[in-house]
Write a protein that binds this ligand. Sequence first.
Ligand code: S3P
Length: 441
Amino acid sequence: MSSSSNLVFSVQPGGVLTGSLRVPGDKSISHRSIMLGSLAEGVTHVSGFLEGEDSLATLQAFRDMGVDIQGPDNGKVIIHGVGMHGLKQPESPLDLGNSGTSMRLLSGLLAGQGFDTTLIGDSSLTARPMRRVTEPLARMGAQIDSTEKGTAPLQIKGGIQLRGIDYQMPVASAQVKSSLLLAGLYADGTTSVIEPAPTRDHTERMLTGYGYQVKREENRISLVGGGKLTACDIDVPADISSAAFFLVGASIAPDSDLLLEHVGINKTRDGVINILRLMGADIDVLNQRDVGGETVADIRVRSANLKGIRIPEEQVPLAIDEFPAIFVAAACAEGETILTGAEELRVKESDRIQVMADGLVTLGIDAKSTSDGIHITGGYLKEGEVDSHGDHRIAMAFAMAALRADGQIRINDCRNVDTSFPGFVTMAKEAGLGIATVEDA
Ligand code: S3P
């Protein structure tokens, strides 16, 4: 089996989703556990770590910089922190695969080191915009060379004393915020980031857990450079972004009743629950609890008759990774769903507005892309063959669409599902989806 061959999902129509399941660990938290655990003093024990290609790329990058990391073994990782100045120059470029989070966060973190590094990635990552981090980092004094288009490879010069800045982010991006805060750990003075809208706050929460003081005043997040991190243990909750496919699947498939266990429902990540509820979804959030500074719950979802809605723009950053799944819900809803204010979707692992619109149209749905969103009129999904464009979340969203289709759905280019959701096919099959994989040479 060649890793470059086309992995196809072939999904039979119909099915009911039932039972209980725990989807893999949160990708954002898994990345950050490796980064902060490596820079801490002491040993960090992580449980629930996502053993997907993206977080494994971060793990390998820190191994390449001399950090002793054991595991992952059934979600358990042990990180022997080297302290803020203990990383070593890697022998070759750090290959971050498909992972935008690794590249953007590491750009900030590595701009403060005493050695040079080069960051590379796959064709999707190499096409994604990096100026959103390299420009503000340059204002902090960082020297990072990119291509003329502002894309990777990124060459990061070490041995530079960074200085804190006050940065008003033009886009609501947790990756940009986190990159600057990680650079700020190494900067003289205070680094402040002002968010145009709330974005996921795992970096701030985890820094606090590691004993680093982070201040939040309304939409301004600040820290003072030169401190240290003290190791702590991390229990990674199940990823709400992976749970989202099942929230949608069980909502659209008649007679479904599914329990999703131990899901992270941090307020900066719960947009998918809010949006689906506005559409009429039957979702109960149960046993809400605090786990290591993050809110976790079990989520029960039962099938419901969904209605089209105008998605509130303030929910967009809170559901930014869940729109491929939400678009499938919209395709099965009664009436029109309108999304605006979501131009960021065009620069994710694929252009998620266009790729979803194309796929939905192929499946017989009236879907029209706009510059910053989409209009979808719910209807009947027919059989067909769609392309995920190597985007993990597009692949999983269309797999769920088969629950309501009148024939088989074939989805091309699904190998990258392993970046965020290893074991998706097995778990989805166990829950009741008629999914199989085919290697197409
Ligand atoms: C992430 C932030 C989001 C999200 C990505 C993970 C993070 O990206 O889409 O999957 O872990 O910080 P943006 O910051 O570009 O919105």
